[in-house]
Design a protein around this ligand. Structure first.
Ligand code: SF4
Ligand code: SF4
Length: 145
């Protein structure tokens, strides 16, 4: 089997610029574990959390739950210069940029750097560490609503 392009590892270090949390609409898809831990931190029950912080997204017949944005397109959980739940942020945010969709090729990886200044700088992640991040997503699939 061919070795992945990241066999010698990749560099990434978040600069906390918040670019991926603000200004543009997008999807932060949640697992059941994300929903549980975020509801608890915010101090609401599951139903209130889904009603006040989430939207249902139909991805070609697959129903998923995503965080919503404020009217200015900042993530609903972003405020005062940063993520208000940073230590317990959703797995999607926690594992960025080591997503399977970003790791198909060197080109896909480098393309992330156009919007994320943390790509190809700072901490070195070995291939084994990257595989661990990918495995986290497999172990914790997205909520189906
Ligand atoms: S855009 Fe990249 S560097 Fe900026 S906050 Fe997001 S992950 Fe961190
Ligand atoms: S949950 Fe936090 S880290 Fe994730 S997009 Fe929202 S503000 Fe950013």
């Amino acid at each position: 089997m061919d070795q992945p392009f990241y066999k010698d590892g990749l560099d990434f270090e978040c600069t906390r610029c918040s670019r991926c949390c603000r200004h543009d609409p997008g999807y932060v898809f949640l697992s059941e574990n994300d929903i549980k831990k975020l509801s608890k931190i915010i101090g609401v029950d599951r139903k209130e959390f889904l009603a006040g912080y989430c939207k249902i997204v139909n991805l070609g017949g697959f129903i998923r739950i995503s965080l919503i944005e404020k009217s200015n397109n900042d993530c609903i959980l972003w405020a005062d210069g940063g993520c208000t739940v940073y230590k317990s942020r959703p797995l999607q945010c926690m594992t960025y940029p080591f997503w399977s969709s970003s790791l198909n090729s060197r080109e896909d990886w480098d393309a992330l750097g156009r919007n994320c200044p943390g790509i190809n700088r700072g901490r070195h992640y070995t291939a084994a560490e990257i595989e661990e991040k990918l495995m986290l997503r497999k172990k914790e699939p997205l909520s189906e609503g």
